[in-house]
Design a binder for this molecule. Structure first.
Ligand code: FNR
Length: 308
């Protein structure tokens, strides 16, 4: 298999982060409409996608990967060139099998090396891979050498800059096309401030591939600033985009309410699962005491919320 290295895919980009449940098809399509250059799927575990059946809804073109009647992954041809599929895995062979299954519908594959949740750690996935760099690199090498798509990797910071830099150099040497750094350690929570000062030493050490900055970016201008003042190539938004996907607009965001309405329209268009639409909207509206949030909580169908 020819190795496909494509650093341009990740260079000078503003990116929608992988987000379980939130980053499903309607959110990705909306982020692209608002100006995101690249969108990541939510993390999908190797064993979850392996064994799925792929079907295409002929009327909308939407692609469904289902298993036992359950939707595991949904994609659309319009996002294919800008969609990165994020894998949760602790095994090179399963990783490859999973990636091969979705290959025709995505632009690239990403390995999740940052998830601190218990279910990931106990299975050796996510942030557990940070403590097992040999396995982490074996998974990346297997994907790079066999999948025929660009491969990237998303990590968190280690206990010291030196250790993080050493790991980043090892990852760079696997042949990946990009590296995303979430600038918090495994034990730090989202409320803890991101360590933006850690980006530059990493960029100085990793010079052959773009480094994507993630953590605490809530404004378009913050992304521009970090790119102007460091050697960071690209910026990835998670909660900033979840709260208002129009954060990608260079001219500034629309109101959260307008973005929520646009999200509902996309969800209806692709026939998104109602429970997923409701969950995502409830993440968007932080004020749990607001009328809108209360009505969302009570809703049971899309018809009951399309007005929000
Ligand atoms: C996440 N994050 C995450 N990371 C990842 O690599 N794969 C995933 O599937 C998820 N899922 C997820 C769901 C939700 C709802 C949130 C809020 C976050 C972490 C995310 O991609 C990002 O690294 C962090 O949220 C830090 O970025 P922000 O939020 O400070 O911009």
């Amino acid at each position: 298999m020819t190795i496909v290295k494509n650093t341009a895919l990740y260079t000078n980009k503003h990116i929608l982060a992988p987000m379980v449940r939130v980053g499903t098809l309607p959110m990705r399509l909306l982020a692209l409409d608002y100006g995101a250059d690249l969108v990541y799927s939510p993390e999908i575990v190797d064993k979850a996608i392996i064994g799925t059946q792929r079907t295409v809804d002929e009327s909308t073109g939407t692609i469904h990967y289902t298993k036992g009647g359950k939707l595991v992954f949904q994609a659309h041809p319009s996002e294919k060139d800008r969609l990165v599929f994020q894998l949760g895995t602790a095994d090179p062979e399963l990783a490859l099998q999973a990636a091969q299954l979705v290959k025709q519908d995505v632009a690239a594959i990403d390995l999740n090396c940052g998830c601190p949740k218990k279910f990931s750690i106990v299975s050796g996935m996510g942030a557990a891979l940070l403590k097992d760099p040999e396995k982490l690199c074996k998974i990346l090498c297997t994907l790079v050498e066999n999948i025929g798509l660009p491969v990237s990797c998303k990590i968190r910071l280690l206990e010291s800059t030196e250790k993080t830099v050493e790991l980043c150099r090892m990852i760079e040497a696997t042949g990946v096309s990009a590296l995303t750094v979430h600038c918090r350690t495994q034990d730090e929570r989202p409320r803890d401030p991101g360590h933006w000062d850690q980006f530059e030493p990493i960029c100085q050490a990793v010079t052959s591939i773009p480094v994507i900055a993630n953590g605490d970016f809530f404004k378009h201008e913050d992304a521009i600033n970090i790119r102007n003042t460091t050697s960071i190539s690209s910026v990835m938004f998670a909660r900033g985009a979840m709260l208002n996907p129009s954060v990608f607009q260079p001219q500034g965001p629309t109101t959260q309410h307008e973005a929520a309405q646009a999200y509902i329209r996309k969800a209806m268009l692709v026939d998104n699962l109602f429970q997923n639409t409701k969950y995502t909207l409830m993440q968007m509206y932080e004020d749990t005491k607001s009328d809108v949030f209360q009505q969302l909580t009570r809703s049971k169908t899309i018809q009951q919320i399309w007005w929000v």
